[in-house]
Design a protein around this ligand. Structure first.
Ligand code: FAD
Length: 395
């Protein structure tokens, strides 16, 4: 049995940041990662360039049954703390849009940076290491024992950083949730977030041959809205606006798109009627929307006539369809493609300043396994870094 000060389950974003923070404090840290390498999600993130933070991150960008929980950790580890490390390692980055910071070159640089920092802090990292059993020792010093395929390890503290359920092919497991339950913690229902939505039957047919068509929209659901691109896929709908709104949507919920975001649809139609009275609706719409999409709108949802032939109430009806287009989604593409898992370990049973369990001294939960989920755009990594830092300073 090898002894450590802290055992960390999961060598992803949160686990590695926690290990660095604790290691720098002189703690003897072991990271146990069951995949053959650490940080696989970091590697695949941001299209291979890792959107590693968002400079505008605030608690308002996170979903949780306890919206106050993330405040303390986020305030004590801001995007600028992580940026400082990125700059110290000479990693070039840029802001893409909306405060989202990406590597200029590759997300491999972020994983290398984290592992280099782990080495500098004398953190031991065991990959391809599967946990067979977690047990309790007799004294506080070996309160937690991990029995793994690479030996048994004990420590007074155990940090669960095993992530959520999304992308099982990358090593995602329900391990953290099971362990939480084993120690008497409530786990709030989990579901896929930041995920494409599916359409089916008569709701999919009009879009069937439009796969690949993209346009800017404002997507609205349950009182929340996101303005960004909307993309039609083979199975349904995606693009940043839909990924964002998917975290707020559940089957049966009303989902609406404003197809002319930032414009008053009725005023636009009246203007087109004055300027181009002989042009058909599909032609004028085809100048502001992708042509195939405008044509499909006029085949399925809108009457197609020369603009001068519409009266006031008809223009209002058309404006209503364009500004408040109803989509009936049948479901999500699920964990196979979801970027995150909503729900998880109930934040009410954790200390918001240290991430320590209120039920079991020495037990910590950080990152995505906790019921804190960020919007699309670097917010989820920022939570992983911030919660990892909070626990790393406390273990
Ligand atoms: C395709 C994709 C792209 C993304 N892009 C971005 C982005 O650009 N920006 C952003 O902010 N967020 C992004 N995310 C979300 C982000 O990756 C996660 O929110 C973040 O990685 C969560 O960090 P974590 O450490 O909690 O979990 P993870 O990074 O998932 O790490 C958990 C680790 O635990 C390991 N593990 C699991 N079970 C066990 C076990 N039983 N024993 C040992 N090890 C175990 C896993 O193999 C994994 O290495 C993306 C997600 C996906 C899927």
């Amino acid at each position: 049995m090898s002894h450590f000060d802290t055992l960390i389950v999961g060598g992803g974003a949160a686990g590695l940041l926690c290990a660095i923070t604790a290691g720098r404090r002189g703690k003897r840290v072991l990271v146990v990662e069951h995949a053959n390498r650490c940080g696989k999600k970091i590697l695949m993130s941001g299209g291979g360039r890792c959107n590693f933070t968002n400079i505008h991150a605030t608690p308002a960008n996170y979903l949780s049954a306890n919206p106050h929980f993330c405040k303390s950790a986020l305030a004590r580890y801001t995007p600028y703390h992580f940026i400082e490390m990125v700059e110290r390692h000479g990693i070039a980055y840029h802001e893409k849009e909306l405060g989202q910071l990406f590597c200029d070159d590759s997300s491999k640089q972020i994983v290398k940076m984290l592992l280099d920092e782990c080495s500098a802090a004398s953190v031991r990292v065991e990959t391809s290491c599967s946990i067979e059993r977690v047990s309790h020792g007799e004294s506080d010093e070996d309160r937690f024992r991990l029995h793994t395929t690479r030996g048994s390890f004990s420590a007074p503290s155990l940090v669960v950083a095993s992530g959520g359920l999304s992308i099982p092919s990358m090593g995602a497991t329900g391990f953290g949730y099971e362990l939480a339950r084993q120690f008497g913690h409530a786990v709030l229902p989990t579901r896929a977030g930041l995920v494409p939505l599916t359409l089916s039957g008569k709701h999919q047919e009009p879009f069937a041959d439009l796969s690949g068509v993209a346009l800017p929209v404002t997507a609205r659901c349950n009182g929340t809205s996101f303005s960004n691109y909307f993309l039609i896929t083979h199975r349904g709908i995606s693009g940043p606006s839909i990924l964002q709104i998917s975290s707020f949507w559940q089957p049966g919920d009303d989902l609406r798109l404003d197809l002319l975001p930032g414009r008053d649809a009725l005023e636009a139609l009246q203007q087109w009627q004055r300027d181009r009275p002989a042009a058909e609706l599909k032609t004028v719409l085809g100048d502001v929307l992708p042509k195939r999409f405008a044509q499909r709108l006029c085949e399925h949802w809108l009457p197609n006539r020369p603009m001068k032939q519409f009266n006031g109430p008809q223009l209002r009806e058309i404006a209503q369809v364009i500004g408040d287009f109803a989509l009936v989604a049948s479901g999500t593409e699920g964990y196979r493609t979801a970027e995150v898992t909503l729900g998880g370990v109930d934040a009410d049973e954790l200390s918001s300043s240290t991430m320590q369990s209120k039920r079991m001294p020495g037990l910590y939960f950080i990152g995505e396994v906790v019921d804190v989920t960020g919007w699309l755009g670097g917010y989820n990594f920022q939570w992983a870094w911030a919660s990892g830092n909070a626990a790393g300073n406390a273990v």
